[in-house]
Write a protein that binds this ligand. Structure first.
Ligand SMILES: NC(=O)c1ccc[n+]([C@@H]2O[C@H](COP(=O)([O-])OP(=O)(O)OC[C@H]3O[C@@H](n4cnc5c(N)ncnc54)[C@H](O)[C@@H]3O)[C@@H](O)[C@H]2O)c1
Ligand SMILES: [Zn+2]
Length: 405
């Protein structure tokens, strides 16, 4: 038996934020990040809509990017004091993910962080509150997914919480919130969305319900991401929907080793000032992983079908795979994302000599490869790499070499 789970309601398009007026309850707690939602007036608007719905409103503000276990515990304490029956999380993936974890602790105060991280092991939520998510970035799609990513900074490790219990009840995908994103955030979160769509499409857990979402999302990202990056508002609006559809696909079809490698390299070189931003890591690794996965006959056929859907041309699957890789590399060029870790420089832009010295990369490579193999996303990848292959793949991602194995 398979399961396909999405939020009960999804409001989208212009002024979708006003859907907050339709929620019924007594008390809402709005959870936000560092200030962009307040600065651009969305926090006040959300409060006014909820008050119009007759609710008392409290805020939990200041959730940091890549949120910590400590922030989750602090937020849960505030919820226990205020007793909301709606949790409204607004902002990028970080505040929404943190609010999801706070929700678990609020409903079950005795739960530890370790308990939360048992994959698909959460108790029933919604005994105290329901959850509404409003994204302001166009990438993670956490407003529709069963995931939350929390960082344990003592261990220096990101942990996924995964369970359909934390799939939000209501998602509000209002394009106005995405309009204020700076260019770099558009590029990174947009390529994250493209990676979600492509990985979900070839995942071993793909199904008839996830395929149309993955295909359409990739078509929309191809059509609109570069335009959105260059300031086209219509494209920015369509990207907000595209990333959400990619999320619906991967929440149910899971991901693959592009994400495994991005998760384990992201913070691996922080001591060299080179935090490799999630979306940029995915953008660099996706073309390499496609070449690696295409050695699997089923995956190759699927990449060929995806290339056909994107109207890339090519007369056989080998040509189609090559054209798909070429298209993605071309997008990276237009979005000013490097092709390899070696050239990952300041502000994530390409440069001759990036932050991560070759010697340091090679020293850390075996451990990173081992961790990437053990990542939760590896299981649904079409090919299962061994230690030697994963090291070779990561080397191709460092030096920007062709993958021929
Ligand atoms: N839950 C999931 O399914 C899932 C999937 C992928 C990634 N993630 C996680 O999500 C997090 C990243 O989320 P993100 O990429 O959305 O970024 P983010 O939430 O970390 O925000 C990044 C920065 O952008 C700013 N920002 C957000 N929206 C803005 C806007 N509209 N205008 C101007 N500035 C804005 C924020 O204030 C912040 O400084 C990571 O922790 C990642 O691991 C979760
Ligand atoms: Zn991602």
């Amino acid at each position: 038996m398979n399961r396909f789970t999405l939020p009960r309601d999804l409001y989208h398009g212009k002024d979708a934020l006003a859907a907050l007026k339709t929620l019924s309850g007594k008390k809402a707690m709005i959870c936000v990040g560092g200030g962009s939602m307040k600065k651009f007036g969305f926090l006040d608007k959300a409060k006014a809509y909820l008050e119009e719905a007759g609710m008392e409103v409290a805020f939990f503000e200041g959730i940091e990017p890549d949120p910590s276990v400590e922030t989750v515990m602090r937020g849960a304490e505030e919820m226990i004091k205020f007793q909301p029956d709606w949790i409204v999380a607004m902002g990028g993936g970080s505040p929404i993910d943190a609010a999801k974890a706070m929700w678990i602790k609020y409903e079950y105060p005795e739960t530890t962080f370790e308990d939360m991280c048992k994959i698909f092991g959460l108790p029933k939520l919604r005994t105290k509150a329901r959850f509404c998510a409003i994204p302001s970035t166009s990438g993670t799609a956490t407003e529709v997914t069963a995931f939350s990513i929390i960082t344990d900074y003592k261990k220096g490790v990101k942990y996924p919480i995964a369970d359909f219990e934390i799939t939000p009840d209501v998602a509000i995908v209002d394009p106005a919130l995405a309009m204020t994103m700076p260019q770099k955030l558009v590029a990174h979160t947009g390529m994250d969305a493209m990676t979600h769509a492509v990985e979900a499409y070839v995942s071993t857990a793909n199904c008839d319900y996830t395929d149309p979402l993955a295909l359409n999302a990739s078509l929309m990202v191809k059509a609109d991401l570069v335009k959105s990056f260059n300031g086209d508002d219509g494209a920015r609006e369509r990207m907000h929907n595209a990333q959400c559809m990619a999320g619906m696909a991967f929440s149910n079809a899971l991901l693959g080793i592009v994400h495994s490698m991005a998760h384990k390299t992201g913070a691996a070189f922080d001591d060299f000032g080179a935090h490799i931003i999630h979306g940029a890591a995915n953008a660099m690794y996706l073309p390499k992983v496609i070449a690696y996965n295409a050695k699997d006959a089923t995956a190759k056929k699927r990449y060929g079908a995806l290339a056909d859907f994107l109207k890339l041309g090519g007369s056989n699957d080998d040509e189609k795979v090559a054209l798909l890789i070429k298209m993605l590399r071309g997008m990276n060029d237009e979005l000013r994302i490097p092709h390899g870790i070696q050239s990952y420089g300041a502000d994530s832009y390409p440069t001759e000599q990036g932050f991560v010295p070759e010697k340091v990369f090679l020293e850390r490579l075996p451990k990173i490869a081992e961790l990437a193999i053990g990542d939760a996303c590896t299981g649904s990848n079409p090919r299962q790499p061994n230690q030697e292959e994963m090291e070779k793949l990561l080397k191709c991602c460092y030096y920007d070499l062709d993958v021929d194995f």
